[in-house]
Design a protein around this ligand. Structure first.
Ligand SMILES: O=P(O)(O)OC[C@@]1(O)O[C@H](CO)[C@@H](O)[C@@H]1O
Length: 306
């Protein structure tokens, strides 16, 4: 089973406008929705759709924390969150006809005692893998993630920002930076697949057994001890990109837990991400038949000197 950890969850508020925002005028929304979000929670939501046993854990508080837990329960997503005094954040996505804006709050302070409680709960689930994903709220730091990684016999996967990635000291099974996080973690300029692969190889040497990096419109790369792979993005109509990286990660992890090859895991990740970007917000789309979508994704293998 895969346990996700979201130290800084959010209610994702997605609002759609039929015209671009203009200063001094009132924008009228044509649609809106609220989703239980935060990167680890999203990974668990998508894993459920992929029939992988998972529990979403983390810390939550206040009326938004309560709403988030109710949403997860209504969607049949197993969740176990430590309650804190602070208020879980509201993150906003504004979808204009041609642009997408994202505003994320910092989140509430998380006391050390809440992290200790979380570790105890994680141990009770005895997961094979723990996925720690999303930003660090006030009160947490990279050592918090190292602590979670070293608290049990599980493999740990991380999806955190570039500076946090560079500061981690424990051993990790996999990390999933986006292109900016990969550039920040390696201090390299990334302008295409080959430079992304080079950077991912460098990051591997820093304590990450595998690196999966999302490259937006250029798809994703995966570097493992055995190989370096690239899969292109699918050509589909994108509604919004929020949750795409979480979906890529969920797809890769689900495929790996079924014993698939690295190439199949990468194309599965791309296929799941394509489904997620074709719906608004971070709700889980139908993932029925998503394994078949892999057929149209040609994965290329690169040799390390390439
Ligand atoms: O502020 P963070 O923790 O980096 O990211 C949080 C977030 O933007 O990530 C998810 C999409 O990946 C959303 O559900 C959520 O609002």
């Amino acid at each position: 089973m895969i346990a996700s950890v979201t130290l800084n969850p959010a209610v994702d508020y997605t609002v759609e406008l039929s015209e671009s925002l203009a200063a001094g005028t009132v924008a009228r929304a044509t649609d809106h929705q609220y989703d239980a979000g935060g990167k680890g929670i999203n990974v668990s939501k998508y894993l459920v759709g992929l029939d992988v046993e998972t529990v979403a854990t983390g810390v939550a508080g206040g009326f938004l924390g309560q709403y988030l837990l109710e949403q997860l329960s209504a969607q049949g997503i197993a969740a176990d969150f430590v309650e804190i005094d602070g208020e879980t954040r509201l993150n906003t996505t504004v979808l204009e006809p041609t642009e997408e804006y994202k505003i994320n709050q910092n989140g509430p302070h998380v006391p050390a005692i809440a992290v200790e409680d979380l570790v105890d709960r994680l141990r009770e689930y005895d997961p094979d893998r723990v996925v720690v994903a999303g930003s660090l709220p006030p009160g947490c730091n990279p050592e918090t993630i190292d602590l979670l990684a070293e608290a049990g016999p599980w493999e740990t996967v991380v999806d955190v920002d570039g500076a946090t990635l560079s500061a981690l000291d424990a051993e990790y099974a996999l990390c999933k930076p986006n292109v900016d996080e990969l550039a920040a973690a390696t201090d390299r300029r990334i302008d295409g697949v080959e430079s992304a692969l080079e950077a991912a190889r460098e990051l591997r040497a820093d304590g990450f057994d595998s690196v999966v990096a999302s490259l937006g419109g250029e798809g994703a790369v995966m570097v493992t001890p055995e190989q370096s792979l690239h899969a292109p993005a699918r050509e589909i109509e994108v509604v919004d990109t929020v949750g795409a990286g979480d979906a890529l990660l969920a797809g890769v992890l689900a495929s790996r837990s079924h014993g698939d090859s690295d190439a199949d895991a990468l194309s599965h990740g791309i296929a799941v991400a394509s489904r997620v970007v074709s719906v608004s917000g971070t709700r889980a789309p139908s993932l029925a038949g998503v394994r078949d979508d892999r057929e149209s994704i040609a994965v290329s293998a690169y040799c390390s000197s390439h």
